[in-house]
Design a protein around this ligand. Structure first.
Ligand code: COA
Length: 315
């Protein structure tokens, strides 16, 4: 479905910024990542999004392609980031059909609210494998193409001349702010996201000499997203929103604009950084996640109502 541009991209950026460029994105059918990709496609890029659910991924790709006439957006389903082979297959198809990979967004993630007492060893492992191993696999599968693109599109911002072919060889890992203070009911994701932050820093150091930049975007509470549905009880949303430093949740456009900033010329000397896009939310104790009735709720051993991803009782 075509969306109003203002819902996913601000007017700051010039059309054609990412002409002839290709972005590869995991978790690309999700609310945040699809807005990031839609923004890049609007500005000229072609894209390949991958995900586990075939129908959802293909539909999202068709949807994103409406952002620009003539855009090519591949939606490859049945790709689980926990499998390097399945990612490598998608990367090969992306490069053979679209010609290159200039930008990568590692966005696939798993989340649900549960205390350490409530989640099994296997549940912890699942989140670690999707988030940390999945991000690592995404890097491994795409890095040769990022290096190639970085070599072709080196930007020397000291030369004062605009780079004729634009930028390339850039990766963004989508993380979170949960681990800055510690967040109850989010030990599994906090550990995973801390790992992703560390991975990005190493990528910046090891591949910087080859022209690749690596950064993290850490979104805060973003309105109308799967993450918000999973982390904040629907009956408490209004109250939590009012308590945010800017009096609102973020929008997917806030994250998409940050993505454009990092991938365009503007981000040429930015690497090994974490760009927190949260309206200062994490500074007020984890945005309200699991904290409303802390510690009484934790001690009660109850599970959350009115959140998506709640574990169903085994009969
Ligand atoms: N609370 C506690 N444990 C949970 C849970 C919950 N809400 N949801 C799932 N689990 C446990 C399962 O019981 C299982 O553990 P077990 O084998 O000991 O019973 C384990 O997690 C794996 O679940 P399963 O459904 O088999 O794994 P999966 O790989 O298909 O799913 C998840 C991965 C669990 C992360 C699932 O929530 C998911 O697919 N999420 C994708 C979407 C998403 O979370 N997006 C986040 C955007 S912020």
């Amino acid at each position: 479905m075509p969306l109003e541009k203002s819902s996913y991209l601000s007017d700051t950026w010039k059309d054609g910024l990412f002409k002839n460029k290709v972005v590869f994105c995991t978790g690309g059918a999700g609310t945040i990542c699809s807005a990031q990709v839609r923004a890049l496609v609007h500005l000229g890029a072609n894209a390949c999004i991958v995900g586990r659910n075939v129908e959802k991924t293909e539909k999202a790709a068709r949807d994103i392609a409406t952002a620009r006439a003539g855009a090519k957006v591949l939606g490859i389903g049945a790709v689980d980031v926990r499998s390097l082979e399945s990612l490598q297959g998608a990367v090969e198809r992306c490069v053979s059909e679209l010609g290159a990979i200039d930008y990568v967004i590692a966005g696939a993630a798993g989340n649900f609210l549960a205390s350490i007492n409530q989640i099994s060893v296997n549940a912890f492992k699942s989140v670690m494998e999707i988030d940390v191993q999945g991000s690592y696999n995404t890097l491994k599968a795409t890095i040769p193409h990022l290096i190639e693109s970085a070599q072709k599109h080196r930007v020397d911002s000291t030369s004062l001349k605009p780079s004729p072919t634009g930028t390339g060889g850039r990766i963004i890992f989508v993380s979170a702010t949960l681990h800055y203070t510690g967040t109850p009911f989010q030990a599994h994701v906090s550990v995973a996201k801390a790992g992703i932050d560390a991975l990005s820093n190493s990528v910046a150091l090891e591949f910087g000499p080859l022209g690749v930049t690596s950064n993290v975007i850490a979104p805060g509470p973003i309105a109308s997203t799967e993450g918000l549905d999973r982390l904040l009880p629907s009956d408490k949303l209004d109250k939590i929103k009012r308590s945010q430093p800017l009096g609102r949740f973020g929008s997917v456009r806030d994250i998409a604009d940050a993505t454009v900033y990092l991938f365009a010329d503007t981000g040429s000397y930015v690497s090994g950084q974490i760009l927190v896009v949260d309206g200062a939310s994490w500074r007020i104790s984890s945005a309200g996640i699991g904290s409303s009735d802390y510690p009484d709720f934790l001690l009660s051993g109850d599970t959350f109502e009115n959140v998506k991803g709640k574990k169903k009782a085994k009969l």
